[in-house]
Design a protein around this ligand. Structure first.
Ligand code: GCO
Length: 452
C-alpha cells in the first residue's frame, strides 16, 4: 500500500515567521513584536520586522510553492494585522492581504489551510491580561468570526490554535517565547484553560458561520514515545502510557492539551500532578472546549524510546553515542512518525494530518549557486516512510505539511536556524529552491512512490 489517493501534500509557515511588514498598513503590535525589542531575548537581536518580506512578496512566494508542486499551504493569520487592538475595529488593509493571498493560492491550485493563531497575540490584549483574562475566549471568537466571514466562501480548512504547549508553556511559564513571562504554574494553567475555551468557541464560530462546509482541526505538539521492541505488546503499552503521561509540573505534555478538546475532560494524572495549581473548571467549560473536530493536526519532530532494563523495568533507553542530530541538535527519530500518529489515533479516534515535520540544516549557497541539502531529503524520506507505515497499519492518514516552506524567523533562535525547502537570503530577499524542494515535488507527483 502507498499513501491514500486523496492524501494532501503541503508545506507550512506562520505569519510572524515570514511576513515582515510589522509596521505596514496599520497593523497592530503583537507580543512577538514587543519581545523582539527587548535586548537579549532573541538570538543576535534578530526580529521578525522584515523576515522574508512575504507581506510584499507573497505572489513570488506562491509561484515558488507552485514550482514545488504543493497541493496545500498551511499559513497562519496575524491577529493584530486584522484587528490592531485585538477586538473592535477591523483593519481592512490587513484583512485584504489574506484575501489576496487566498485568491493567489487558489489561482495556483494550492489549497489554503488556515491556522487562526500561531503565536502573534495582539499586544493590546496582552495589556488587558492576555490569555489570563477570561474574556479572551470571546476575543478569539470575535477574531475568528471576522476571518470566517471574509474568507470562508473560498477557505474550507481551519485550524484553531498552534501548540498551546509553547505559547503558554514557553511564553508564560518559562519566558523564552513571547510574551516572555515567568508566571507561576497556576497562572499559566489558568491562561491555558482560557486558551482551550477559546479553541472551543472558535470551532463553534467556524461551524456556525462558514459559507462552505468547513474542515476543522487543532494543531498541538508533544513528544512521541516509541517502543524499543515493537513486537512486545507490554513495551508498546509502556510507550503509549509514557507518551500521554502528565508527570512534570510544567506545560510540556500531550494529554492536558488534547484530552479536554477531544475527550471532554482533563487527564486524571494531570490533575494529581498539578494539584492545587490546576485551574478551576466551571460547569459547561468542557462542553465549550470539546467540539467535534475533523482531524487531529499533529506537529511531530522527534521522540524518545522506551525499553526494558536488565530487571525488566521500562525506562528511557537513551541514544547511542554519535546518534544522528539536526543542526539545532534535535535527534533524528523517524519512527516518531509511525508511533505518534498511531497512538494519537488510538486515543482520539480522529484522522491524522501532520501539520509540521521537518528539520533545521546548515544550508548555504554552494559555489554552483544551488543549495544542496541531502540531509533534509534523507530525513524526510525516513519520516515519511514511517508515516506511510502507520497508514498501512490502519491509521487514517490524511495529509503532511513539511515545516517549512521557507527559511524563516525561528522564534528565540532568530535566523540562526534554516528549516525551509526554499532558501532565503535575508540581505537580498533572494529565494532559491533547495534540492529538497525539487525532490519534494517528485514525492508529491508520485504520491510518495519515490520514497521507495
Ligand atoms: C511550531 C513552531 C514552528 C517552529 C518549528 C520549528 O509550531 O513548533 O510553530 O513555528 O518554527 O516547530 O521549531
Amino acid at each position: 500500500m502507498s499513501f491514500p489517493k486523496e492524501f494532501v501534500w503541503g508545506a507550512a509557515a506562520a505569519s510572524y515567521q515570514i511576513e515582515g511588514g510589522a509596521y505596514d498598513d496599520d497593523k497592530g503590535l503583537s507580543v512577538w513584536d514587543m519581545m523582539c525589542r527587548q535586548p537579549g531575548r532573541v538570538y543576535g537581536g534578530h526580529t521578525g520586522e522584515v523576515a522574508c518580506d512575504h507581506y510584499n512578496r507573497y505572489r513570488e512566494d506562491v509561484a515558488l510553492m507552485q514550482e514545488m508542486g504543493l497541493m496545500a499551504y498551511r499559513l497562519s493569520v496575524s491577529w493584530p494585522r486584522v484587528l490592531p487592538a485585538g477586538t473592535g475595529a477591523v483593519n481592512e488593509k490587513g484583512l485584504s492581504f489574506y484575501d489576496r493571498l487566498v485568491d493567489v493560492l487558489l489561482e495556483a491550485d494550492i489549497v489554503p489551510h488556515i491556522t487562526l493563531f500561531h503565536w502573534d497575540f495582539p499586544h493590546e490584549l496582552y495589556c488587558r491580561g492576555g490569555w489570563l483574562n477570561p474574556d479572551s475566549q470571546e476575543w478569539f471568537a470575535e477574531y475568528t468570526a471576522v476571518l470566517v466571514d471574509r474568507l470562508s466562501d473560498r477557505v474550507r480548512h481551519w485550524m484553531t490554535l498552534n501548540e498551546p504547549q509553547c505559547f503558554i508553556g514557553l511564553g508564560m511559564l518559562e519566558g523564552t517565547h513571547a510574551p516572555g513571562d515567568k508566571l507561576g504554574l497556576a497562572e499559566a494553567l489558568r491562561a491555558g484553560h482560557h486558551a482551550l475555551l477559546a479553541h472551543g468557541r472558535s470551532v463553534q464560530v467556524i461551524r456556525a458561520r462558514a459559507k462552505s462546509d468547513p474542515i476543522v482541526g487543532y494543531a498541538p505538539t508533544g513528544t512521541p514515545v516509541m517502543p524499543q521492541d515493537e513486537s512486545d505488546p507490554e513495551n508498546v503499552e509502556a510507550a503509549r502510557r509514557a507518551m500521554f503521561a502528565v508527570k512534570n509540573r510544567n506545560c510540556w505534555n500531550i494529554s492536558w492539551w488534547s484530552d479536554p478538546v477531544i475527550l471532554g475532560h482533563y487527564p486524571e494524572d494531570g490533575l494529581s500532578t498539578y494539584g492545587a495549581d490546576a485551574p478551576k473548571v466551571k460547569d459547561g467549560d468542557f462542553d465549550i472546549m470539546c467540539q467535534p473536530l475533523d482531524f487531529y493536526g499533529a506537529n511531530v519532530y522527534n521522540g524518545w524510546t522506551i525499553g526494558r532494563n536488565e530487571q525488566g523495568k521500562f525506562r528511557n533507553v537513551g541514544r547511542p553515542e554519535g546518534h544522528a542530530v539536526c543542526a539545532n541538535k534535535w535527534p533524528v527519530t523517524p519512527t516518531a512518525l509511525y508511533w505518534a500518529p498511531r497512538f494519537y489515533y488510538e486515543r482520539y479516534k480522529l484522522p491524522i494530518t501532520i501539520c509540521e515535520n521537518g528539520l533545521s540544516c546548515q544550508d548555504w549557497v554552494s559555489v554552483d549557486g544551488q543549495v544542496h541539502d541531502p540531509l533534509r531529503i534523507d530525513f524526510t524520506t525516513r519520516y515519511l516512510r514511517e508515516f506511510r507505515r502507520a497508514g498501512e497499519d490502519g491509521v487514517p492518514i490524511e495529509g503532511y505539511f513539511h515545516w517549512s516552506a521557507f527559511d524563516n524567523f525561528e522564534w528565540a533562535e532568530g535566523y540562526n536556524e534554516r528549516f525551509g525547502l526554499v532558501y532565503v537570503d535575508y540581505q537580498t530577499q533572494e529565494r532559491i529552491l533547495k534540492d529538497s524542494a525539487r525532490w519534494y515535488r517528485t514525492v508529491i507527483e508520485s504520491n510518495g512512490a519515490v520514497l521507495g
